[in-house]
Design a protein around this ligand. Structure first.
Ligand SMILES: Cc1cc2nc3c(=O)[nH]c(=O)nc-3n(C[C@H](O)[C@H](O)[C@H](O)COP(=O)(O)OP(=O)(O)OC[C@H]3O[C@@H](n4cnc5c(N)ncnc54)[C@H](O)[C@@H]3O)c2cc1C
Length: 292
């Protein structure tokens, strides 16, 4: 357990002030005990996966931050694979490939944990995690463990029931398929090469800042491109030169720099196209401007 833990050390954007208390439970049983303790003492809790889809305010998080990184077990039975919430989803894809299983490979090289990918119904290269998700074990607000058989109707584009319930994902079971390891790996390498070409790993970031919206008629990145915003900078944050929907921290940005750039993009899209962009990256913790 640590006090005043700098969140910049736990997010892919490398920004964020201190969390009041930070804990990293050793396993699912300790996680459940922590949840019950937090409930009994009414402590606000924030569950941290890989920190790949959050911007924590510069003033930090007034919460007990629970890092699930050590809940990283893997069990493979036939074509079924159960993965602890804290295991990086890319490592899960790697282990699946090594076992001659395809199906998780589309998430190879995407930053973040397996639990975080389930929480968001992560999507890339034409697939979403719900397509392979067979079961999720989670803790409710009282720390009781439940099994969910996901109903695909409750999962949509970057939308899941976990976003509207205060549950903690413990592990997820995926239904994969037997496939030659070399075939799976060649797909994995092509995904990684594509991400590299888009600069995903060149600077700290959290991937796409805004969601795509079918009503816009084209991907948000393409819309923002028409505004000629690539390269626009506020403080240490910049709209990527390689992708108009990605903001990067290339010069010791603050969380407020990133927020200011996000607002500028929102304003420009509103003025030019009359649309409201929806943030995909979650802005959490304390911010100077309470009205945000
Ligand atoms: C370079 C880059 C590229 C990216 N590309 C993509 C992409 O192609 N497609 C895509 O969908 N996303 C992409 N992302 C965003 C990010 O990788 C995903 O959203 C990822 O699933 C976030 O997982 P995480 O573990 O980092 O979640 P975090 O950022 O740690 O948390 C996000 C939310 O999930 C909650 N959460 C996390 N774990 C749990 C748990 N076990 N139980 C309950 N709640 C939990 C947190 O409380 C928080 O509300 C990209 C990010 C980067 C940095």
């Amino acid at each position: 357990m640590r006090f005043d833990e700098p969140m910049e050390a736990h997010t892919t954007f490398r920004v964020g002030g201190p969390a009041d208390v930070y804990v990293r439970p050793a396993g699912a049983e300790e996680l459940a005990r922590l949840r019950r303790f937090a409930r009994r003492h009414m402590l606000p809790t924030f569950i941290l996966g890989g920190g790949a889809n959050i911007v924590v305010g510069d003033r930090g998080l007034r919460a007990l931050v629970v890092d699930v990184g050590d809940i990283n077990h893997v069990r493979i039975t036939g074509e079924r694979m159960t993965v602890g919430a804290g295991l990086p989803v890319s490592d899960a894809a790697e282990q699946a490939a090594a076992a001659g299983l395809g199906g998780l490979d589309f998430l190879y090289s995407m930053p973040g944990s397996t639990g975080g990918a389930v929480w968001m119904n992560a999507r890339c290269y034409g697939s979403s995690i719900i397509e392979i998700l067979e079961q999720v074990d989670y803790l409710d607000e009282d720390g009781a463990r439940h099994v969910m058989i996901p109903d695909p109707n409750q999962f949509g584009y970057k939308r899941t029931p976990f976003q509207t319930n205060n549950w903690i994902i413990v592990d997820a079971r995926f239904l994969l398929h037997a496939e030659k390891e070399s075939t799976v790996r060649s797909r994995m390498e092509s995904y990684k090469a594509d991400r590299t070409s888009k600069g995903h790993f060149a600077w700290p970031c959290a991937g796409s800042l805004f969601k795509n919206n079918r009503d816009f008629g084209e991907p948000t990145g393409k819309l923002l491109d028409r505004l000629g915003l690539r390269g626009t900078r506020i403080g240490g944050a910049k709209i990527s030169d390689l992708h108009a929907n990605i903001v990067v921290n290339d010069r010791n940005a603050t969380a407020s720099d990133i927020d200011a750039l996000a607002r500028l993009m929102e304003e420009r899209a509103r003025e030019a196209f009359g649309i409201e962009l929806e943030r995909e990256v979650l802005f959490v913790g304390e911010w100077p401007d309470r009205s945000r």
